[in-house]
Design a protein around this ligand. Structure first.
Ligand code: GLV
Length: 329
């Protein structure tokens, strides 16, 4: 029987599915440190990860490993050059999380604009003593301008929702989307700088790459309106969190909503001390149904890539399909 490592706690029934095909080593505990991960992978044919870093050293320590299935759409934890050099397949979980993640992007943007968590903290602290005309004044969402950075599948799902809020939609992306998609979404392309100047609410939904590290920092906050909000549901590292905390403290922008952080699960302590930021622990895809769909899609990828199950040899969402069928190197 082929051997796999499931590197994180996941739904037990998905583990049972995997056990029908494989000898499963399940780490049902905290994330494994790099050395321990490499040690546990040494005799494995496949692995299921969720954000665990997999690079050249780990692959070199696991000579039989042929596939790593990430339970996430983002796969910046994989060094794809190392995967390609070693002929190891990486897979991810696109599409199944689009709508759930778009819902959450809206929830976070609206909570940010309307100061929902700040208001709740105020109330819970017993500070609500009287009506006041200027209590917790926020920014309107309806009828405002939405700026989406990253117009992939999730960005498009966010744009689609903007119609009901009568918003203008501007977007920035590495490349323009097809004219028919722009027309359907009523979305206009902008340079990053123009978008930042124009948008009332900026939402980040782009994949993290070496090229866009800190693509939103002090210079970008300076371009934004002082009344604007920033919502990051993409990845930590895209935003310079220290510069953001300073911009929020100095009210260079009005507020931010963050689901992802540099170095998470650690959070820059400066962010914890500013009131005008809504903080959530990387839960944008975390509805019960969607997390189940992601876990099952990761399992489907692993099963098929290792030549088992009804789709043997045809994993549903390969990242680097060109390595399929090549000998491990
Ligand atoms: C979550 O962040 C994902 O990439 O799926």
């Amino acid at each position: 029987m082929q051997k796999i490592l499931v590197a994180r706690p996941i739904f037990p029934d998905v583990i049972e599915r995997l056990k029908q095909y494989f000898d499963v080593d399940w780490n049902n505990g905290d994330a494994l440190p790099a050395g321990e991960l490499a040690r546990r992978l040494a005799d494995k044919d496949g692995a299921l990860t969720a954000g665990d870093p997999i690079g050249a050293a780990v692959l070199a320590a696991a000579p039989k490993l042929r596939v790593v299935a990430n339970m996430a759409v983002g796969y910046n934890n994989f060094d794809m050059a190392a995967f390609n050099a070693a002929n190891v397949l990486g897979t991810n979980t696109p599409d199944v999380l689009n709508e759930t993640t778009a819902d959450f992007g809206w929830a976070l943007m609206m909570a940010t604009a309307r100061r929902i968590t700040e208001s709740e903290h105020f109330l819970r602290a017993g500070k609500w003593q009287k009506w006041a005309y200027d209590m917790m004044l926020g920014a309107d969402v309806y009828g405002s301008t939405l700026g989406i950075v990253g117009m992939g599948r999730i960005g498009q799902a966010i744009a689609r929702r903007a119609r009901g809020f009568n918003m203008r939609v501007v977007y920035h992306n590495r490349s323009r989307v097809a004219p028919e998609i722009e027309a359907e979404l009523n979305a206009e392309y902008r340079t990053k700088e123009a978008l930042l100047r124009e948008a009332d609410h900026v939402v980040l939904v782009l994949p993290y790459t070496a090229d866009n590290h800190h693509t939103i920092g002090a210079a970008e906050f300076a371009l934004m309106k002082p009344t604007a909000t920033l919502t990051n549901i993409a990845r930590g590292g895209i935003v310079d969190d220290a510069a953001l905390a300073e911009a929020l403290r100095e009210r260079r922008i009005a507020a931010a909503g963050l689901d992802v952080f540099e170095g998470e699960p650690s959070v820059n302590p400066a962010l914890l001390t500013v009131p005008n930021v809504v903080l959530t622990p990387h839960i944008a895809s975390a509805s019960e149904a969607t997390r189940r769909a992601m876990a099952n899609l990761a399992a489907d990828n692993l099963i098929a890539a290792l030549g088992a199950g009804p789709r043997a040899g045809q994993p549903p969402s390969p990242i680097n399909p060109a390595v399929m069928g090549k000998a491990r190197s």
